[in-house]
Write a protein that binds this ligand. Structure first.
Ligand code: PHB
Length: 391
């Protein structure tokens, strides 16, 4: 018994010795991703974590001769936690790269990434301003403006004249509403009223009733990932699915993570989104099948931000031959382009923001389940708020 304990101790010393030596030789690249694995946005954390792990499982854990180590930290959907965790990842774990999640957490981590000079991939946030907060931020997610402007243009061209907006009351909702209203008005339409719904535990019913009473021809809605199921249920409970009012929005209201359980509530809904699990490329069919096999879930628009987030890190390390200093890494990420499950994407070298196709999609049942089926493509769309600011 005693000798076995001694042997175990000896082994532990030997193993930790190996670990210290390899770290000293910088043979490991550490990536620390700060996302909500618990709390109000836990679904989002799960999707990013699953997609990042899937990417590593498919592409191996060695790049440019370096071993990749993924460290996932739970910020519990609390921005102050994200800041502390980013600090600990840099100081204690000595991570080489960071991954950032939702807007409030990505905002609070930004000064830490800047001071620590750590290249950071923004995998979830959809708020334009986030990438302005650190010169080392590069986005693989989306912006709400990118989708909401295209949605407004399409709606006015297709007969919408009077709209009501229902927006989740935080930064991405404000940006969605701002860009939608600007383009909808430019197209000759009028936004009758903008209703703001609390972010936490939302009850959409009173807002849906108010919207119905205003008798618009169109209802523009933004709810974040994780809330589409609740929204869809209350939308049909209030009879809005049979009211003749057209429901439109950015892709979030037809989140593929929720769509399979929404029955007929969202059939016919048109959205402008950057990703649908029904995107008809071979690359996407393979991605959706692999994600389903690994997780049991349908891949959604959040997951591709995590998958492409790992992709850009792997590509950058290949190009820098494993060098991880922020200026070199962010330098090669600028202007990078590749094929994602969502379609062709690139990083705008000026803004470090993602440039991607925005698709107009209609929810239809295929083999008994609702899917957002793409029928029109707006190629290589930039973030409109940054474009407007540059003019
Ligand atoms: C954000 O953090 O900005 C965010 C998160 C989830 C969404 C949209 C935006 O669905």
């Amino acid at each position: 018994m005693r000798s076995r304990i001694f042997l175990t101790a000896l082994l532990a010393v030997a193993v930790s010795g190996i670990h210290v030596r390899s770290a000293a030789a910088q043979e490991t690249v550490k990536i620390g991703i700060v996302i909500p694995m618990t709390g109000t946005s836990a679904a989002v954390g799960r999707e990013i974590s699953d997609a990042a792990k899937l990417y590593v499982a498919q592409h191996g854990n060695t790049v440019a001769g370096k071993k990749i180590e993924l460290i996932i930290k739970d910020d519990q959907s609390v921005p102050d936690n994200a800041k502390r965790l980013a600090q600990e990842l840099i100081v204690n774990d000595k991570v080489n790269l960071l991954g950032a999640g939702l807007t409030p957490s990505a905002m609070s981590m930004a000064p830490i990434a800047t001071e620590g000079k750590v290249p950071t991939v923004v995998m979830v946030s959809g708020t334009s301003v986030v990438t302005d907060r650190s010169p080392y931020y590069v986005r693989t997610s989306f912006t709400l403006g990118q989708q909401s402007g295209i949605m407004a243009d399409w709606a006015t061209k297709n007969g919408s004249k009077k709209a009501v907006s229902i927006l989740s009351d935080w930064a991405p909702g404000a940006e969605a509403g701002k860009v939608f209203e600007a383009n909808f008005t430019k197209g000759g339409g009028q936004v009758l009223e903008t209703l703001k719904v609390p972010l936490a535990n939302p009850d959409f019913s009173p807002f849906l009733q108010r919207a119905k009473d205003l008798q618009p021809d169109t209802l523009f809605v933004f709810v974040p990932a994780g809330q589409a199921g609740t929204f869809a249920r209350q939308f049909s409970e209030r009879g809005l699915d049979k009211s003749g009012i057209k429901l439109i929005g950015p892709g979030d209201i037809v989140d593929d993570d929720d769509l399979p359980t929404t029955g007929d509530a969202l059939i016919g809904v048109v959205t402008a989104g950057m990703y649908s699990a029904a995107h008809p490329s071979q690359l996407n069919k393979d991605y959706v099948a692999a994600y389903k096999k690994a997780t049991g879930h349908r891949a959604n628009f959040i997951s591709v931000g995590g998958y492409d987030g790992m992709n850009i890190i792997y590509r950058a390390l290949q190009q820098t031959n494993g060098k991880t200093d922020a200026d070199t890494v962010v330098g090669v990420m600028k202007g990078m382009q590749w094929e994602s499950p969502r379609g062709p994407i690139s990083i705008d070298p000026r803004t470090r923001d993602i440039v991607q196709n925005v698709y107009i999609r209609k929810v239809q049942k295929v083999n008994g389940e609702p899917w957002a089926i793409e029928f029109e493509t707006f190629p290589a769309v930039k973030d409109p708020l940054k474009e407007a600011a540059a003019r």
